[in-house]
Design a protein around this ligand. Structure first.
Ligand SMILES: Cc1cc2nc3c(=O)[nH]c(=O)nc-3n(C[C@H](O)[C@H](O)[C@H](O)COP(=O)(O)OP(=O)(O)OC[C@H]3O[C@@H](n4cnc5c(N)ncnc54)[C@H](O)[C@@H]3O)c2cc1C
Length: 215
């Protein structure tokens, strides 16, 4: 795994370096597996370090560049989270459409109620906008451009849209949105990670504002 360590306390963010640490290295032990709200098919665990000595040749790149390099990696990683959010939002939207077509209330399918139609229209429009922001960031990144602004915009928007669409998906399912017979509750739980991982929505807003104001 890649581990960031402070190699010079006096230098702040310029005193952080990245290391490859192999499983089984003395002093490195797995901690407890987290009991998560969602994304439960992928394990997340604490890792504990106690007197763990890493040879200098396992350092990645130049000493003190770990933080700067991580920020660059996040420019790509955030596009990945945006894509994950778009996929989850699309899945939740499709589950909502399918249920709205099937469920009858007051003698009609609920998809014939304008209240439900408006939810679906908003969801589809937002997912499409999130997808386009994500494609744009990915396209620019593929051209070798620095995409700090575009990656954060895509990640912020797509993740918040996904949380909203998953919420409406549960709502459209009514009581079945709250139980495990349908996928709505799983989308609702899984999607929340996207507004947190690789930097929270608040941090994305900070990054976006800094980028805009530095121009
Ligand atoms: C399932 C899972 C997997 C993860 N996998 C990895 C991984 O593989 N590698 C890795 O490095 N990390 C991983 N993380 C960590 C993840 O990136 C962090 O949890 C996330 O970036 C938020 O950081 P934090 O938990 O320290 O929150 P905090 O920084 O404690 O934030 C708490 C709250 O305060 C707000 N806040 C903090 N600072 C500011 C500020 N300056 N201005 C305004 N608001 C602020 C935040 O937005 C948030 O609402 C994982 C987390 C989870 C849940």
């Amino acid at each position: 795994m890649v581990v960031m360590a402070v190699t010079d306390r006096a230098l702040g963010s310029k005193g952080i370096s990245a290391f490859v640490v192999e499983r089984g290295t003395p002093g490195m032990t797995p901690g407890q597996k987290e009991d998560k709200l969602g994304m439960r098919a992928s394990d997340t665990s604490e890792v504990l370090f106690d007197n763990c000595r890493i040879p200098a040749d396992q350092m990645i790149g130049v000493e003190g560049q770990g933080f700067v390099n991580t920020m660059e990696v996040l420019d790509s990683g955030r596009i990945g989270i945006a894509a994950l959010a778009v996929g989850l939002a699309q899945g939740a939207y499709e589950a909502a459409v399918s249920y709205a077509r099937e469920r009858k209330a007051f003698g009609r399918t609920i998809s014939s109620f304008q209240a439900i139609q408006f939810k679906l229209a908003d969801a589809a429009t937002r997912v499409e906008a999130a997808r386009l922001l994500t494609y744009r960031a990915a396209y620019l990144r593929q051209q070798g451009r620095r995409t700090t602004l575009e990656s954060s915009m895509a990640k912020l928007y797509a993740s918040e849209v996904a949380v909203r669409v998953a919420d409406e998906c549960v709502q459209i399912h009514g009581g079945y949105g709250f139980v495990k017979d349908y996928p709505a509750e799983k989308y609702f739980r899984d999607v929340k990670l996207t507004t947190i991982g690789e930097g929270t929505s608040e941090i994305q807003r900070l990054v976006i504002a800094r980028q805009l104001l530095s121009r």
